[in-house]
Design a protein around this ligand. Structure first.
Ligand SMILES: [Zn+2]
Length: 155
C-alpha cells in the first residue's frame, strides 16, 4: 500500500492592519442607511412619497401623510437652518455632554441631528443659525473600517 504524501504549502504572509492601512484608505460605512457617502461628498437620502411629496428617513409601507404606497429616493439639501434645539447635559455612560440636539430645516425637509463644531451653550447656538451637513468618524473596528456619522455644523 502506497503511503499518501502531503506536501506542506508555504505559509501565506498575513497582512497586518498596518500594511493594509498603508496600501489603501480604510473602508467607510455610514452609521445610518440614509447617509450616503458619495464620491463628491456626503448627503442624506430620504424616501419621498410619490403622491404628496412627504419625506421619511425610515422605510415605510405607507405614507403617514396621505397613505400613498409608492416612494422614490430623494436627495436632501445639505444646507439648512436650525429651527429647534436642546442642549443635552445628561446622557448614557460614554457619551460626552453637553451636546446640542437639533432640528434642522433643510429646504423643507426636517432633519433631527446633533449640531456639531459649536460650543454647546446658549451664547453660541441660536435659532435660525445657518448649518451644513458634516460627517465625522464615530469609531472603527479591528480591521480599521470606519463608521461615519453626521451632524450639522455652522456654515
Ligand atoms: Zn404621501
Amino acid at each position: 500500500m502506497a503511503a499518501t504524501r502531503t506536501t506542506k504549502k508555504p505559509a501565506k504572509k498575513k497582512k497586518t492592519s498596518a500594511t493594509r492601512a498603508r496600501s489603501k484608505p480604510p473602508a467607510r460605512v455610514p452609521l445610518v442607511d440614509y447617509l450616503v457617502l458619495g464620491a463628491n461628498g456626503a448627503y442624506l437620502r430620504a424616501n419621498e412619497c410619490k403622491s404628496c411629496g412627504a419625506r421619511f428617513f425610515d422605510r415605510r409601507n405607507a405614507c403617514a401623510a396621505c397613505g400613498g404606497r409608492e416612494f422614490k429616493k430623494a436627495r436632501v439639501k445639505s444646507r439648512g437652518e436650525l429651527v429647534g434645539f436642546s442642549i443635552v447635559h445628561r446622557a448614557a455612560p460614554g457619551i460626552a455632554v453637553p451636546f446640542v440636539s437639533g432640528i434642522v430645516d433643510c429646504g423643507g425637509t426636517t432633519v433631527r441631528a446633533n449640531v456639531i463644531d459649536v460650543e454647546a451653550d446658549p451664547e453660541h447656538v441660536k435659532l435660525g443659525m445657518k448649518l451644513a451637513l458634516a460627517t465625522y468618524v464615530s469609531g472603527s473596528d479591528d480591521d480599521g473600517t470606519e463608521c461615519v456619522a453626521f451632524g450639522y455644523a455652522p456654515a
